[in-house]
Design a protein around this ligand. Structure first.
Ligand code: GTP
Ligand code: MG
Length: 196
């Protein structure tokens, strides 16, 4: 598992603090508390690599994990959590929007959605944005352990139908960081983007 080599590199408040824009990068986006950081830990098979929390608003910067000299994973702050001061939320939003627009090394977005509330407004905006700039987007419908098997299948089918209507470059799968469901499938998709 090449993802097991991922190690914490730095946390950036500003885009200038990011590593050089060369090589290949994948960013994890999604609503606050959806399970972005937990998904990174599951994929990298490393508990505590990315900081997680029961309280939304845990990831407060662009957190960079380096796999090797040319491959990186980026944990983004969550969108839309009301308890985070408006000023900080605006800062994150501008930062993430700019990051997505200017980052040449960005090869794909992993969009994390809670299986119990998939495709909220933010998720649709992100998919639309990715489609507009031809950036591939792979949706992890996470916390699938909270659904029964048939609820999961139904949710997956609905999400697939909706995202295909928004973008040709979008895909989706069920995932659970706590039960490690879908981890291999996710690694396969990310591996394609990273050329591994
Ligand atoms: P922010 O950084 O605050 O935006 O949150 P995040 O999207 O990084 O979420 P995080 O990974 O910190 O997880 C939020 C909460 O959801 C934590 O309490 C996790 O334990 C829980 N969680 C994450 N993934 C799963 C999962 O697959 N199943 C279940 N049951 N809980 C999960
Ligand atoms: Mg987080």
């Amino acid at each position: 598992n090449p993802f097991a080599q991922a190690a914490y590199a730095l946390s950036a408040h500003q885009l200038e603090q990011l590593p050089d824009d060369s090589g290949l990068e994948i960013a994890f986006a999604g609503r606050s508390n959806a399970g972005k950081s937990s998904a990174i830990n599951a994929i990298c098979d490393h508990v505590g690599l990315a900081r997680t929390s029961k309280t939304p608003g845990r990831t407060q910067q662009l957190v960079v994990f380096t796999m090797d000299s040319s491959r990186r994973l980026i944990d983004l702050p969550g969108y839309g959590y009301a308890e985070v001061p408006q000023k900080l939320r605006d800062h994150w939003r501008l930062l993430i929007d700019k990051y997505l627009r200017i980052r040449d090394s960005l090869r794909g977005i992993v969009l994390i959605m809670d299986a119990r509330h998939p495709l909220k407004e933010f998720d649709q905006q992100m998919l639309t944005f990715c489609a507009a700039i031809d950036l591939p987007c792979h949706c992890l419908i996470t916390k699938a352990d909270k659904l029964t098997f048939s609820e999961g299948q139904k949710t997956l089918a609905t999400v697939k139908k909706q995202i295909t209507a928004i973008s040709e470059h979008a895909s989706a799968q069920l995932f659970s960081s706590s039960k490690k469901t879908g981890v291999e499938e996710a690694r396969k998709q990310l591996g394609l983007w990273l050329g591994i």
